[in-house]
Ligand binder design. Structure first.
Ligand SMILES: Nc1ncnc2c1ncn2[C@@H]1O[C@H](COP(=O)(O)OP(=O)(O)OP(=O)(O)O)[C@@H](O)[C@H]1O
Ligand SMILES: [Mg+2]
Length: 288
């Protein structure tokens, strides 16, 4: 699904003494099948921006088009409910969204709500549980008896079972150890690759994750997009990132120290790849 924002702005509590302009002048154009990251310092407006994409927030300025739907200031949230079906949202602590008596019912909530029949719902629950690595034996349990990690998987399975075209991932790996965050990101990556039209938009503070799991980055600072491009393009300007109170991944810092010309190339920004690239440069360039 195509997503296009033109001069989008949002002010919390417009017209009240607590008025707070959170984002402004946002232009984005995201084709189907995209892997996007939105990075930015705390309070830069990332969550505010992405909450527009499924109609949780309605812009107070500009326009936003999500698939066939164009959203303008003053539109009622009610008429945007259908967006919740196509744009799934995984919040920072998704396990806080659980509420049903059993894991199965929790995962089934979205498909039930969207009118999938009993058989189709059961099939979706089974597949979503499998996608997130939840054992079938857990389906009859109460989600509140599970471990934190399992609860998070249940919540994500519930979003996947709604069969969204676009997933908004707002710091989905918050609080996980490196192994856990990697497993989670690999899961979203597999989900995206299963269908050519699927997109995700990952909100993260983690530059390594942004580099590895996105093909295009938007960098936010004080409510605006201040840089955009492929990870390699964005990391070419560490000084501008610094102005946005962000840093390039450690791998880029190290390689820039060794090879000031910036002619190195990385795909994953991970330790083993970085080590290979250092070895290549120390041998005087050329292929390994
Ligand atoms: N409900 C609200 N009412 C008023 N102001 C808000 C509200 N939510 C966020 N803000 C303000 O809007 C600005 C952008 O906040 P937002 O949560 O979008 O930033 P963020 O980039 O997601 O930050 P973080 O990385 O901490 O999650 C901040 O100044 C914040 O204080
Ligand atoms: Mg946020």
């Amino acid at each position: 699904m195509q997503i296009k924002a033109q001069n989008l702005g949002f002010t919390y509590g417009e017209g009240t003494p607590f008025e707070k302009k959170a984002v402004s002048g946002i232009d984005v154009d995201i084709p189907p099948g995209s892997r996007i990251a939105v990075v930015g310092h705390t309070g830069s407006g990332k969550s505010t921006l992405v909450q527009h994409l499924n109609g949780l927030l309605v812009p107070t300025e500009g326009t936003l088009t999500v698939g066939e739907t164009t959203i303008r200031p003053g539109m009622k949230q009610k008429v945007l409910h259908h967006l919740r079906r196509t744009v799934g949202m995984v919040f920072q602590y998704p396990e806080h969204q659980l509420f049903e008596e059993t894991v199965e019912k929790d995962i089934a909530f979205a498909p039930n709500n969207f009118g999938a029949g009993e058989k189709e719902t059961a099939e979706r629950v089974r597949r979503a549980a499998e996608a997130v690595g939840l054992d079938e034996s857990l389906l009859s349990r109460s989600p509140f008896e599970l471990s934190g990690g399992q609860m998070r998987r249940v919540a994500i399975a519930g979003v996947l079972a709604g069969h969204p075209d676009v997933l908004i991932l707002d710091e989905p790996a918050a609080g996980l150890d490196p192994k856990g965050r990697r497993a989670m990101m690999e899961m979203f990556s597999r989900w995206q690759q299963e269908q050519p039209f699927r997109s995700y938009i990952l909100v993260t503070h983690h530059m390594e994750d942004a580099a590895k799991y996105a093909d295009y980055l938007y960098v936010m600072n004080a409510g605006s997009i201040v840089m955009e491009g492929t990870p390699a393009e964005v990391f070419q300007s560490p000084a501008r990132l610094k102005e946005a109170r962000l840093d390039v991944p450690a791998a880029v810092r190290i390689l820039t120290e060794i090879d000031g010309s910036g002619s190195f190339s990385l795909n994953t920004y991970e330790a083993d790849e970085t080590a290979d690239e250092i070895a290549r440069i120390l041998r005087g360039g050329g292929p390994l």
